[in-house]
Design a binder for this molecule. Structure first.
Ligand code: SF4
Length: 689
């Protein structure tokens, strides 16, 4: 029997667990532990355990498809490339937009970024980080000079107080949850604030149920309590930060007394007091947050508030401290690092910076230049422009993303995408977005390619080929090379391997400058920044100085603002959305995994028993959830594990898609939508209706 074990990195969440793919007769048949990974030490959550099941699904795309008279017909690669090249050449640069992907490798995101800015010469490239952690990138960059998780995953176990805010870590990043358990076992206090009594909240020493959207008020209130009691780290504030007095002026306002914060958040005063005391007095305290913080119209404010409290208490640049922004998808950190954003090239080098623009223009050597040195559209802006200004954007190229399930206000998204003159989707399955395409290109999945991905803790780890792609599917970077050659740019895409691309990335990206495949090909891999080949990598950021040019951290005074939509007589409940343990994002992969689908075969709306009673709704009963954007029929789940007045829906399920309901109101800086709070009404479905 021909069995091999190929070590790789999990394609689901941003934790970056490693495992072995079990390969028999050149096909992946299972997952086996890889004990040497320092991230997960051989352990996996259910998604990782079953990460082989979708790979050989009969639904995999195996040939290019071209839509003719409304129906897809198989085509050769040459036919598909010829059509795409002809259409792309017919548009002006800024009439085209690209969506890269948090699911594919760094090399492939780099390839698409170079293709967009160099071949198409468009400014408009973005990806789904816009929908999850754009607020982190903007908020932490403003506070610390670097928009990434400050400490490593293993370091969380060193903490003496872990404050989990806006993250159901035990279900969404279970192997990070394991480090929180270790910290707890070592004596750390665990504080969890969440509108739902999640499995994470159930482990807490202090659980604070709060109204979604009151994060800034809570953090300001805690900071006021810390300052009133003299628990702030005066030395850290003096030597490492600026604008403390401005912060103090705001947080010491009567509006942020614990009594007033309690009114806004519904957290009892005594709990707020205890949280402030535990957090400030701990020898080291970290914050772990996720989309509960970022997915708001005040997402950047929320992130800056977490930075404020950590600078106030001196919990940065040290073990057991930090602002741990837990990134969602496997390579969302890497896709940002690779410049798949409308404002930066790789390593956050600004597009509008003339020197950076010249650097990339020179390095790439396109004889007719690259895109203008101007910022492009965010994905949320692209959808608005498509829907509201038909004809401004005419073509899109989407790789490995499914906005028809993942984006807010799906009716709006569908209307937007249908205005396109030409849509190319490159993916491993026929997604809801691919259904709308003119051309669909079949791509290889994570088990069918070499490459790197960068986890939430900035650790750059490897994928390795375990089997060949099905049918005629190709790795994404190869598709970009071949298409670029068709469009006259073969010289600029000379790569023969993923390693060739990584070598180019390292040359133009200071934070990856000291990395190469030989250094990454070991269990611990490397954390960026790693500027030289002698550099050991940086598990903890901001030791001794922040990443701003002057090395100083910046306090930002933030006033609390309510969500864009608040409950009223017509829509009396708050709807918040998220993920569940068994499924991932738009369900494209996990819903094709029998073991995962069996556990959670459809979506639901969660409500408190008092709300259910008032609405005459029973557990498991089908109900209708309605917002100002649309309505869905969905089974009710009645549970005491959610606050009265709040409803929750997971967004993975197309048959009851939560994002039909969500609000496209955006944070003004990060342009991230407010997935975590909108107003909803729910009713029983009466017979015959
Ligand atoms: Fe994969 Fe995340 Fe689970 Fe680890 S915790 S096995 S990375 S889904």
């Amino acid at each position: 029997m021909d069995i091999n074990y190929v070590q790789t990195t999990c394609p689901y969440c941003g934790t970056g667990c490693s495992f072995n793919l079990v390969v028999k007769d050149k096909k992946v048949i299972g997952v086996a532990p890889y004990h040497r990974s320092p991230v997960n030490e051989g352990k996996l959550c259910p998604k990782g355990n079953y990460a082989h099941e979708f790979i050989n699904s009969p639904d995999r795309l195996t040939t290019p498809l071209i839509k003719k008279n409304g129906k897809f017909e198989p085509a050769t690669w040459d036919e598909a490339y010829d059509l795409i090249a002809k259409k792309f050449k017919s548009y002006k640069p800024d009439e085209m937009a690209c969506l890269a992907s948090a699911r594919v490798s760094n090399e492939e995101n780099y390839a698409m970024m170079k293709f967009a800015r160099g071949v198409l010469k468009t400014r408009h490239i973005d990806h789904c980080a816009r929908l999850c952690h754009a607020s982190t990138v903007a908020g932490l960059a403003a506070s610390f000079g670097s928009g990434a998780m400050t400490n490593s995953i293993g370091d969380i176990a060193q903490s003496k107080c872990v404050f989990v805010l806006g993250s159901n870590t035990f279900e969404q990043h279970p192997l990070i949850g394991r480090r929180i358990v270790q910290a707890h076992e070592n004596g750390a206090k665990l504080i969890v604030a969440d509108p739902r009594f999640t499995p994470t909240a159930k482990q807490a020493d202090l659980y604070m149920a709060f109204v979604s959207g009151s994060d800034v008020a809570i953090l300001n209130g805690m900071m006021q309590e810390i300052i009133r009691n003299g628990w702030e780290d005066k030395e850290f504030i003096k030597t490492r930060t600026k604008d403390y007095e401005k912060l103090k002026e705001v947080v010491m306002k009567d509006a942020y007394s614990l009594e007033n914060v309690s009114k806004i958040s519904k957290i009892p005063v005594a709990q707020l007091k205890t949280a402030a005391e535990w957090f400030a007095k701990a020898e080291s305290a970290c914050i772990c947050y996720s989309m509960g913080i970022t997915q708001h119209t005040v997402g950047v404010d929320n992130v800056k508030s977490t930075a404020n409290i950590q600078m106030l208490t001196g919990n940065l640049g040290k073990a057991g401290g930090g602002v741990n922004a837990l990134r969602g998808q496997n390579n969302v950190q890497g896709a940002c690092d690779m410049g798949a954003l409308p404002v930066v090239f790789t390593g956050y080098q600004k597009v509008i910076d003339e020197a950076a623009h010249k650097k990339f223009s020179d390095a790439w050597g396109f004889p007719d230049g690259i895109c203008e040195a101007k910022n492009g559209y965010e994905v949320t802006t692209m959808m608005d422009v498509l829907a509201d200004k038909p004809g401004e954007l005419k073509a899109m190229y989407i790789m490995g993303e499914n906005p028809m399930i993942s984006d807010p206000d799906l009716h709006h998204v569908e209307k937007a995408l249908k205005t396109l003159d030409f849509l190319v989707v490159q993916d491993i399955f026929m997604t809801e977005t691919a259904e709308l395409a003119d051309v669909v290109l079949p791509a290889a999945c994570y088990a069918e390619r070499d490459g790197t991905q960068t986890s939430t803790e900035r650790r750059v780890q490897m994928w390795r080929v375990a089997q060949a792609p099905p049918g005629e599917a190709k790795v994404d970077w190869q598709i970009f090379c071949e298409l670029a050659a068709k469009m006259g740019y073969a010289k600029q895409f000379p790569w023969k391997s993923a390693e060739d691309i990584f070598t180019e990335i390292a040359k133009v990206t200071p934070s990856y400058g000291g990395m190469n495949y030989a250094r990454l090909n070991r269990p611990e891999a490397l954390h960026w920044p790693c500027p030289t080949v002698e550099h050991p990598g940086s598990p903890i950021l901001h030791i001794g100085r922040f990443s701003h040019p002057d090395g100083i951290g910046v306090f930002t005074p933030i006033e609390w603002k309510p969500p864009a939509e608040v409950p009223d007589a017509e829509y009396p409940y708050v709807l918040t959305t998220g993920r569940c343990l068994w499924h991932w994002h738009t369900g494209t992969m996990t819903r094709r995994s029998d073991s995962l689908e069996r556990e959670e075969p459809t979506g639901w709306i969660e409500m408190n028993p008092e709300d259910a009673k008032a609405l005459d709704i029973k557990d498991h009963e089908m109900v209708r959830a309605m917002t100002r954007r649309g309505q869905v029929n969905v089974p009710a789940r009645v549970t005491k594990d959610i606050m009265k007045g709040v409803m929750f829906m997971p967004f993975h399920f197309k048959e009851c898609a939560a994002n039909v309901l969500t609000n496209n109101a955006l944070d003004p800086v990060a342009k991230i939508p407010e997935f975590k709070a909108c107003s909803v009404k729910v009713e029983k479905i009466k017979e015959g209706k």
